[in-house]
Structure formats: structure tokens, C-alpha cells
Design a protein around this ligand. Sequence first.
Ligand code: UD1
Length: 310
Amino acid sequence: MAKYLITGGAGFIGSNLTERLLNEDDASITIVDDLSMGDTANIPASERVTFIQHSITDHEFMSQLVRDKQFDYYVLLAAIASVADSVERPYATHQVNQEANLNIIETLRSEKLPFKKLFFSSSAAVYGQLPEMPKREDQAVQPLTQYAVDKYATERAIINYGRLYDMPMVCARFFNVYGPKQNPASPYSGVLSIMLDCLTRGKPFSFFGDGSQTRDFVFVGDVVNAIYGLLHTAEARNDVYNIANGRQTSLMSVAKQLETLTGKKLQASFKPARSGDIHDSYADASKINALGFMTHTPLEKGLAKYVASV
Ligand code: UD1
């Protein structure tokens, strides 16, 4: 039985990954999640899944768990996931997005615990506002918020641990992930989840800025395939990969697509752009594509699946 630890496993991406792993006969999954954004309803019922409600910022607790269970695979997804939220809560962001993850890798290092692969979710936010597009992993970074600073610092720490202490590590920079189980409940939720919720419930939606900002929207099913591939590909080691669809889409144009799919009109207003927000983002996905397992669900297909799921 391959033993997986997924931090943030009750959340949007973690719960989709849990479902994906349950398709593999030999996976047993332990989820640690404080339910700040996640929901136990997201977790598939199976005797191969163990759920622990706890914060990853409890270092002693997490170190003990890692020592006791000695997982084969570590998937570090727990995070304060919103850039705007990190602008409001910089120190809390640092504790969750960096310190808690360092504690896990330091436990593995200092106690020389064996494992097969550790995956960390970094972010496209590390590229900041630099004009080069599409974003390639070897381009300069410009982390403009605490969120981006912590994602970049943790990504580098993990790659350095891998290199310096011969530990099997891999990181990915997620672009804008969307799809089933995304939680629209917070003002800091991913924009497509908020937009779809507003459309289906007839609630007003605010564009922060004029809606011309662009993002690379990547379907969650493609993201979990990518995480699985990175965990199980030996050459993907001590390195970072963009996880993206490789297409640039404006917020306004994705709003139009969702209006068509739902047959409803968005009640939209325009507010000032959020502090720390970046205007444009899209990826060159050729590095991960070269590994041979990356899937690219076209936006219109992914949006249709998302709409059908709510
Ligand atoms: C998102 C992810 C982040 C990931 C990053 C990678 C979330 C919550 N954030 O950040 O985890 O690391 O992509 O690129 O999923 N907007 C509105 N109205 C709203 C909400 C948002 O106009 O009600 C705008 C924002 O100002 C922004 C865009 O939509 O310009 C996207 O915002 P958001 O979904 O929060 O994502 P990112 O900040 O790109």
C-alpha cells in the first residue's frame, strides 16, 4: 500500500486529488486539514482515507504524525490560497504557507526519514508583473505580496533540501485552477467560483478593475493528473514546473462564456483593482508537457463540466 499525506486534502484541489488517488488500488491517504476553506463533504468516503482535522501550523503535531506514519508521498497543498487574503494577513500567511511546510521537510531531513517523493504547490504569483509572456520557469521572478514571497521561498527551500540532502522533491507553480468543489464562500475565493455562484444565485458580481486582466485558467482534473505524474516520474526531481493550460483569457471573456453556459446574465459592477493584484498571467507549459502526462482540457469543456457540477 502506498501511503500518501495530503495537507489541505479537504480543500478544492486536495479533495479532487484524493478522488484521483482512490482510482489507484494501492493508495491509502491521510488528510490533514483545518477546514478553514475545506469541507469534509468534499472527501470521498472510503476506508482508505483517514481525515484529521488539525492545523499544519502545529509543528509538534505534524512532526509526530510524519514520524509515526512515515508516508511514502507528501503532497503539501494546505495554504492561505488567496493573494488578496495574504495582503490582509501577511504574518498568518507566512506561518501557514512557509513555516509549516519547512517544519515538515526539516522533520524529514533531521530524522532521516525515507520517502518516495514530496510535492509542493507553489504559484504563478511568483512571476509578478514582469512583462515577459508566456511565463517560463527559468525567467526572473518578482514576488509582490507576502503570498508570492512565501510560495517562492518555500519552493526554493524544498528544491535546496532536495539538492543538498539528496531528498526526492518536486514543486509546481499553479496558474488559476478552477472546477468542481471549488469553494465560492469567501470573498477571497477563486474568481470563477465566485462568478459562477453569482450567476446561479442571481447575486451581484464585482470586477476588481475593468475585467481586462488575464489569467491562465487550468481545469482541476488536469492539475491532479499533473500532480500524480510529478509524484511518479523519477526525472521530475528537485525542480519546478508550471501547471497551466497555456492560454491567456481575460476575466471579461470568461464571464461571457459562463453567461452562455448558464443562460444567465451577470449583474456586474466595477470596483478599483485589488492591492497586490497582477494584471496579466499566462504560462509556457512546455517543460511539464515534455514529461508526457500533462493533459489540457480546453477552457470551454472545463467550464461546461464545472457548470454541470454545481
Ligand atoms: C489565484 C489563486 C492562487 C494562485 C494564483 C496563481 C485563488 C483564490 N487564488 O490567484 O492560489 O496561486 O491564482 O496564478 O484561487 N476578481 C474579481 N472579482 C472577484 C474576485 C476576483 O474581479 O470577486 C479578480 C481579481 O482581482 C484578479 C482575478 O479576478 O484580478 C483573479 O483573482 P483570484 O481568483 O483571486 O486569483 P489570483 O489572485 O490570480
